[in-house]
Design a protein around this ligand. Structure first.
Ligand SMILES: [Cu+2]
Length: 334
């Protein structure tokens, strides 16, 4: 793959010149021109599910907006090539300061200026093309979980100012992830360079209110211990801004643990039990629980609905971690 040496013209995803795309060898692949016939084909899988509107006042006092991240699934730019669906994603490694709370700012390494990075979503069998540009000031990479060739495994550092195209088939279906794999990986992940990669089964799951929760930690003083924790980027955010869900509506949680410096945490949901689809790789649940243990990079689909209105907490049952920011509320509304 070609490296891009001219970083000045590559400030933002979406502002890539035809020359740069030619350097990457993809200008003819329907990227640059008007050949994109199926722009952002958002699937209507949840059309029958009732999903509350985003609270108008849920604006984070930060560059990260967890309320938006919770239901934001990126299906990429869709084209057809040789009879198959190709989903193309622009992902840019950045370094940016994030206000974690009123007292603490943190220098994150991230994708597309958010922690977690964009939630990529495809259907099993699609072709995935990730155009990765590193504008972060350090070497980074994108390592995807899933089946792919060694060249696409993302362990080779992509230097600052360079770019690389990761391309592979979306398989197998499940809840997966991507993260930087440059050493020390714990540091690169701990600073925010990770996200979720969902591959839907060929026959879609039933309609549900689909919500993403990624647990992360922040080592704000470089002592290799997290001082703050968060769901979807910001500590304590969902305690002040509960996620609205409807009563008696099936909720499908996609949960991922990306807390470094910590062997495992649990995920606990109050006043309820959830069906567990381990790694999202089954169509029928394997168990029912209200606490599930998750090592680093473990992820599951958890399904439930609430029969009573009100506010209900979710958090790891390592209560010190919960109290340091990894704690939130669902608000069940009629
Ligand atoms: Cu990195």
């Amino acid at each position: 793959m070609a490296d891009l040496s001219d970083r000045s013209a590559m400030k933002k995803p979406g502002h890539w010149s035809r020359r740069q795309l030619l350097q990457l060898g993809i200008a003819g692949a329907g990227v640059a021109g008007g050949a994109i016939a199926l722009q952002n084909l958002t699937q209507k899988r949840s059309a029958a599910a009732r999903i509350p509107p985003m609270p108008a006042d849920a604006v984070a006092a930060s560059t990260i907006n967890p309320m938006q991240i919770a239901r934001d699934f990126d299906y990429g730019t869709v084209t057809r090539e040789n009879g198959r669906t190709v989903r193309e994603f622009r992902m840019e490694a950045n370094t940016s300061v994030v206000k974690l709370n009123s007292a603490v700012t943190f220098n994150t390494w991230n994708v597309n200026n958010r922690v977690p990075g964009p939630t990529l979503r495809a259907t099993e069998g699609d072709r995935i093309r990730v155009i990765f540009s590193n504008q972060a000031g350090h070497s980074h990479s994108l390592h995807f979980h899933g089946f792919h060739t060694t060249e696409m495994d993302g362990i080779k550092p992509i230097r600052n100012g360079a770019a690389f195209i990761y391309e592979f088939d979306a398989e197998p279906y499940g809840v997966h992830l991507y993260h930087c794999h440059v050493a020390p990986v714990t540091r690169h992940v701990g600073k925010g360079l990770y996200g979720m990669f969902i591959i839907d089964p060929p026959r879609p799951r039933p309609p549900a209110d689909e919500i993403l929760l990624i647990m992360g930690g922040y080592d704000v003083n470089d002592d290799e211990i997290n001082e703050l924790y968060a769901f979807n980027g910001l500590p304590h955010y969902y305690m002040e801004n509960p996620i609205p869900i409807y009563k008696n509506q099936l909720v499908r949680l996609y949960v991922l643990n990306m807390i470094e410096y910590q062997a495992a945490v649990t995920f606990h949901l109050h006043a309820n039990f959830f069906d567990v689809y381990r790694t999202g790789m089954t169509l029928t649940p394997s168990e029912r629980a209200d606490v599930i243990t998750m090592g680093v990079a473990e992820r599951h689909i958890l399904e439930f609905s609430y029969g009573y209105g009100g506010k209900y907490m979710f958090h790891p049952h390592q209560d010190a971690i919960a109290e340091a920011g990894c704690m939130g509320l669902f608000e069940v509304i009629a």
